[in-house]
Design a protein around this ligand. Structure first.
Ligand code: XMP
Length: 508
């Protein structure tokens, strides 16, 4: 050799890198029943989840509807960033308001409206009762949208006050039909106190007022009971649902806006976060926001070392995704189980959570990712076919599908996704896509998909004898699987007659 560079042949002495199908969890002695397994985890330094699952920041996977459903079920939805900054802020606000105890956009009635007017108004708004408010002190422009919030509460009127069999006529004024002994509560009332008030007075809604008896909002019994249904929901300190937001590596303005709007975790959304310009910019973003900042995607030990000092979480995945063509287009990538383990070796020493992003087809893959060191998993294709994902259901050859596309596909880049791939895409001809546009089978509700996913993960914890995620990460061991072993692990030598809710041969 002319210099001391290693020989080209040396380069071919390569380390082995593994992915999901290459390994299985070694079964161990156990007393853990799957239902007793606790899946609580950290997704970032300051954000805990009961369910270690995130929905991908993709424009065919996560907008506010998905994020609301994910958080109610205990996981986290990460809003994609093919949205204007204004639209993303509106989406964050929608998630934050979704389970708010106090409704702020209250439909109100004024005492001199007629009973007929109020009946029609309540019908149109889909509510069965309204506080009656003296709106004379409320500025004109504020009276319509959100009613007369800010006016003094004089009474409350409901459907039962104005039904024709009672002694009021349609043209009577509301002041004659309303209940004027109205039960109100202050803004800091707890859900339990509000419910007790409702039971005691046999009412279904309580107007919330300030010290001057002016209307601030409304609490309904339906709202309280709905919140109770979601007992493992991911909520912030104020009880609102948690939400994540993807921001481009150089999008400081989007990061600031998402942070101000209340996003709990910002995800630096880049296909190759071991780019030094990306790291510098991510570091600056982290210094400027209150939200946790997860940095990704990375796939090696060195990349983890480069970000672990400032990241609140590290996301792993270079090309494992179902719609990704990064590995075939660029020749670069890391099989996902090895990538997760390399990153987790570094992150665990600093207490920084790791998220395994992409390539998960079955619940078994998800729990293998956790065994390899991840604290949570992110999925795209698994959720893209659910009702809560954006887009409509289409029928092809009698089967139902929803659209699912890579954020590096032509269509997604035309909608603004190029920066993830560090590409400045002005013209269609400039595009070198790293993803495809596809369809995925329609699957019904997110709740049922997540139930299968998390149920399978819990069972995996049972096979290893671990009650918690940290214990599972310690106890889990892998065995290497041959191709024959992989074949053995799927249904074989039979014809499947009925679809299982958690298995299809191609993982869709
Ligand atoms: P799954 O396998 O769950 O993967 O569908 C979702 C993850 O894939 C990543 N992603 C892409 N990767 N080209 C890529 O190489 C793309 O066009 C693309 N779009 C999404 C992303 O990390 C996502 O969470």
């Amino acid at each position: 050799m002319a210099n001391d560079r290693e020989s080209f042949s040396e380069k071919l002495r390569v380390p082995e890198s593994l992915t999901f199908d290459d390994v299985l969890l070694r079964p161990k002695e156990s007393r853990v029943e799957p239902d007793a397994a606790d899946t609580g985890t950290h997704v970032s330094r300051n954000v805990e989840l009961q369910v270690p699952v995130l929905s991908a920041a993709m424009d065919t996977v996560t907008e506010s509807e998905m994020a609301i459903a994910m958080a109610r079920e205990g996981g986290l939805g990460v809003l994609h960033r093919n949205l204007s900054v204004g639209d993303m802020v509106a989406e964050i606000e929608r998630v934050k308001r979704a389970d708010e105890l106090i409704i702020r956009d209250v439909v109100t009635a004024s005492p001199d409206q007629t009973v007929r007017e109020v009946d029609e108004m309540m019908g149109e708004a889909g509510v069965s009762g309204a506080p009656v408010v003296d709106d004379s002190g409320v500025p004109e422009g504020q009276r319509d949208d959100g009613g007369a919030v800010g006016g003094e509460v004089l009474g409350i009127i409901s459907g039962t006050d104005i039904r024709p069999f009672l002694e009021v006529g349609e043209s009577d004024e509301v002041r004659e039909a309303m209940t004027d002994e109205v039960i109100t509560a202050p803004e800091d009332v707890s859900p339990r106190e509000a419910l007790e008030l409702m039971y005691e007075h046999k009412i279904e809604r309580v107007p919330i007022v300030d010290e001057g008896d002016r209307l601030v909002g409304l609490i309904t019994m339906q709202g309280i009971l709905q919140r109770r249904e979601y007992d493992s929901a991911a909520r912030d300190g104020e009880g609102s649902l948690r939400v994540g937001a993807a921001v481009g590596p150089f999008e400081a303005d989007r990061a600031a806006a998402a942070d101000d709007a209340g996003a709990d975790v910002l995800f630096i959304d880049c296909a190759h976060a071991h780019n030094l310009d990306v790291i510098e910019s991510a570091r600056t973003i982290k210094e400027e926001v209150a939200a946790d900042v997860v940095v990704g995607n990375v796939g090696t030990r060195e990349a983890a070392e480069a970000v672990v000092d400032f990241a609140d979480g590290i996301k792993v995945g270079i090309g494992p995704g179902s719609i990704c063509t990064t590995r075939v287009v660029t020749g670069a990538g890391m099989p996902q189980i090895s990538a997760v383990a390399q990153v987790a070796d570094v992150a665990a020493l600093e207490g920084v959570p790791v998220i395994a992003d992409g390539g998960i087809r079955y619940s078994g893959d998800a729990i293998k990712a956790i065994a390899a060191g991840a604290d949570a998993v992110m999925l795209g294709s698994y959720f893209a076919g659910t009702d809560e994902a954006p887009g409509r259901v289409v029928t092809m050859n009698g089967k139902k599908y929803k659209q699912y596309r890579g954020m590096g596909s032509v269509g997604a880049m035309q909608s603004g996704g190029g920066e993830r791939y560090l590409k400045d895409v002005e013209e269609d001809d400039d595009m070198v896509p790293e993803g495809v546009e596809a369809a995925t089978p329609y699957k019904g509700t997110l709740a049922s998909e997540l139930h299968q996913l998390v149920g399978g993960m819990r069972s995996g914890m049972g096979y290893v004898g671990a009650e918690t995620i940290p214990e599972f990460k310690d106890r889990a061991e892998f065995v290497r699987v041959s191709q024959a072993g992989q074949h053995e692990g799927h249904p074989h030598d039979v014809v499947i007659t009925d679809e299982a809710p958690n298995y299809s041969p191609d993982g869709s």
